[in-house]
Design a protein around this ligand. Structure first.
Ligand code: BT5
Length: 241
């Protein structure tokens, strides 16, 4: 992909903007401030103006990535952010399935992937950069504590991290388009695998067990104490112990 980056001082949600646009693949919208940042499942993403990296990219995978493998796009985005954070900021980061970026078990970045009816895929990334302790959102019940690159000891700016994330996302997107896999890299950076987890599924169902792998479509495989393996396509994972 050739990225074309536009930076705006403020918008509601960069994801909403790109979902409503008919821009070409590779369109990137960065907002210095977001007034209505969206999380998954109707939740909100909070970012104090100028202290985080909030942006979205528009992809048009078409037939190159069949629907059965599109589930890897959110995971590839998580890998791009975690590895950019490691290399550019020097902050040890890992992932909670599907793509929460964690440092020291606290949430450094969140990712929201949405599809438009026309088949465009919008990947929105929010990364806490120079957010201070008192500016971090207070986690609701069951939610992870938040952190930022600054609190993790790094002085990098949003503008220094962005090119690394875009480069890493482009490389992994190209791999997926070419029929390649990011499975092994994902296993190496995902802190969920091998853990005891509780998964809150949409519709209030909860399962628990050991997270054993990610299947060929990007779903999380959870083995219950009784030995049954369930695959999870969407849900909130809580790492236990
Ligand atoms: C996410 O949702 O983590 C996806 C966040 C995606 C944000 C980006 S910013 C650019 C683009 N444009 C948008 O409008 N959105 C995308 P979820 O897994 O549902 O997590 C949301 C939860 O994380 C909230 O309910 C809070 O508990 C918590 N949270 C909110 N703001 C946070 C922050 N800055 N740091 C850490 N946790 C936060």
């Amino acid at each position: 992909v050739k990225w074309r980056v536009t930076v705006v001082p403020e918008t509601g949600s960069t994801n909403a903007d790109l979902l409503g646009s008919d821009g070409p693949e590779g369109t990137v919208l960065v907002a210095r401030s977001q007034t209505a940042g969206r999380g998954r499942l109707g939740r909100t993403w909070i970012s104090p103006p100028g202290k985080s990296l909030t942006f979205s990219v528009l992809l048009r995978p078409g037939d190159a990535i069949p629907p059965a493998r599109r589930g890897w796009l959110p995971l590839a985005a998580g890998l791009a952010v975690a590895s950019a954070v490691r290399t550019v900021a020097g902050v040890p980061a890992d992932l909670k399935w599907p793509n929460d970026v964690l440092h020291d078990s606290r949430k450094l970045a969140g990712i929201l992937v949405e599809q438009s009816p026309s088949g465009a895929v919008v990947i929105g990334i929010g990364l806490n950069v120079s957010v201070s302790e008192s500016e971090l959102p207070v986690p609701g019940p069951g939610a992870l504590e938040a952190t930022s690159l600054a609190l993790a000891g790094s002085g990098v700016s949003a503008d220094e991290v962005l090119p690394a994330v875009l480069g890493g996302l482009g490389a992994r997107y190209a791999a997926l388009r070419g029929g390649g896999s990011v499975h092994d890299e994902y296993l190496s950076l995902c802190a969920t695998l091998g853990r005891s987890v509780r998964v809150e599924l949409p519709g209030d169902r909860v399962i628990s067990g050991e997270a054993i792998d990610v299947d060929p479509s990007g779903q999380l495989l959870v083995r219950s104490a009784a030995g049954a393996v369930e695959s999870v396509s969407a849900g909130d994972v809580v790492h236990l112990r």
